[in-house]
Design a protein around this ligand. Structure first.
Ligand code: GLN
Length: 464
């Protein structure tokens, strides 16, 4: 833990951590050492972790990287993190993310962007006298950019993250780490700042498939405090790592071969297929015909739910308050000051698609599309497909500022391979599988049957 505390301090230029908790970490590590010495170690005894700032941590500031939460310090602990502490893990601090997890590059955070520890050759990335990054740094992806950057830079052994439309898998792919979004309902959402409640899921980011499997076991499980949490036994996920894929049927969806796919991504996908074939799996061509509607439908459903969830930030109950003439004026001023541009855009889209007269045309229609997307997957799994292999992202990491310009669609297109999984509630894992022409990491994605994370760990380990 001491080595990790020092690493976190030395890597401040990455801007991965938004709150460092070294005193807490040292105390927790001392207790862990005592347990280990006494032969009484729990499954994660003394393992130093970074916690996404979307998870409420009792007594430690939790902001979702939004000004509106100010210095909000919860008096309760999220279920997922409390299970990690139950098993002996140690918190090093809270890590950066896009504001309310809305984004794909960690650039919407009120704490500023996070740098990816990977960079392009010749981009002159260094640390200036002011402690800030110089040169052309790359984004770590988002929204869990701090989690992915911290893991990739070895500042921690693992991190918690959340995935509403790709926010675990896309940053994992951009940083050469492993990230799994479990089946909807597998991990409790209680105590996690809500973005889009029917899509949000927590999951781990770590260096290897095995490490994510170990962390997942602690994070998963039924929680009566989350009505969408599912009461199913949590398997020993680690036991799935290293099993054979012989005889497994891996679906290759033709709709994911999108127009304009970079040759490097297409080649990576081919390599993934070849590795799995060599390991004894069978590749089957499949079709998920409604794939092309997933991104537009996601960007209706997610903002709709977000606009509703974010109604609670009224300047009265949490964090920031900008006093106005009266209560309405206080609401307006607080929200105008507290929310960043992307969050305001989502609230406007969300309230629009939910408003009388538009509700049926947009929201209800998007929900119908969602059902069709889900059925596409069900049909493939019913036909005997064990898992589906796709690229995780349409490109490698891009530069900070490169896609955060005037057109938000540029950024939304990053999520093209990941949002379908959230719309269908399925588990998905991103595994590092190679590099692009400049040596930047690229990831492949595996999509599984509901509650069959085990197959993803087995197949993922063959690819990594
Ligand atoms: N990039 C997507 C969005 O901005 C997904 C974010 C997420 O998964 N939290 O909505």
């Amino acid at each position: 833990t001491d080595a990790h505390i020092v690493a976190v301090e030395q890597a401040r230029a990455l801007n991965a951590f938004v709150l460092e908790t070294p005193d807490h970490a040292r105390q927790a590590a001392a207790k862990a050492d005592a347990r280990i010495a006494a032969g009484d170690a729990r499954p994660l005894e003394g393992i130093p972790l970074a916690i996404k700032d979307l998870f409420c941590t009792n007594g430690f500031r939790t902001t979702a990287c939004s000004r509106i939460l100010g210095d909000f310090t919860p008096t309760y602990e999220s279920t997922v993190t409390s299970q990690l502490w139950r098993d002996g893990a140690v918190m090093l601090g809270k890590v950066n993310n896009d504001e309310f997890a809305m984004g794909s590059s960690n650039e919407t955070s009120c704490f500023g962007p996070v740098a990816n520890p990977w960079h392009r050759p010749g981009s002159n990335v260094g640390v200036g006298a002011d402690g800030k990054i110089t040169g052309t740094a790359l984004v770590p992806g988002g929204s869990s950019g701090g989690s992915a950057s911290a893991v990739a830079a070895s500042l921690c052994l693992g991190a918690t993250a959340t995935d509403t439309g790709g926010s675990i898998r896309q940053p994992a792919a951009f940083t050469g780490t492993v990230g799994i979004k479990p089946t909807y309902g597998r991990c409790s959402r209680w105590g996690i700042v809500a973005f889009a409640s029917s899509l949000d899921q927590a999951g781990p980011i770590a260096k290897t498939v095995r490490d994510t499997a170990i962390l997942m076991r602690a994070m998963a499980g039924f929680d009566p405090k989350d009505t969408t949490s599912v009461d199913r036994e949590v398997p020993d996920y680690e036991a799935s790592v290293g099993k054979s894929v012989k005889g497994m049927r891996i679906g290759i969806p033709k709709e994911y071969a999108i127009e304009g796919m970079p040759a490097e991504i297409a080649a990576l996908w081919e390599r993934g297929k070849a590795w799995l074939k060599d390991a004894g799996a069978e590749m089957v061509d499949i079709s998920l015909p409604h794939t092309r509607y997933a991104l537009p439908a996601y960007y209706i459903v997610a903002p709709a739910e977000a606009s509703s969830n974010l109604a609670r930030y009224d300047g009265v109950r949490y964090g920031l308050r900008v006093p106005g003439r009266d209560i309405i004026d206080t609401y307006e001023q607080t929200r105008a000051e507290g929310f960043g541009a992307e969050v305001r855009r989502r609230i406007m889209i969300g309230t629009y698609v939910l408003s009388a007269g538009y509700y049926d045309a947009y929201y209800v229609r998007a929900q119908k599309v969602r059902t069709l997307i889900k059925r596409d997957f069900e049909d493939c799994f019913a036909a005997g497909v064990d898992a589906i292999l796709t690229p995780a992202t349409p490109s490698a990491a891009f530069a900070i500022g490169e896609k955060s310009g005037a057109d938000p669609i540029e950024m939304y297109l990053n999520d093209i391979f990941t949002v379908t999984v959230n719309m269908a509630g399925l588990p998905g894992i991103a595994v590092p599988a190679g590099v692009d022409g400049q040596g930047l990491p690229l990831g492949l994605q595996l999509i599984g049957r509901p509650f069959d994370e085990e197959t993803l760990f087995t197949v993922g380990q063959v690819i990594e």
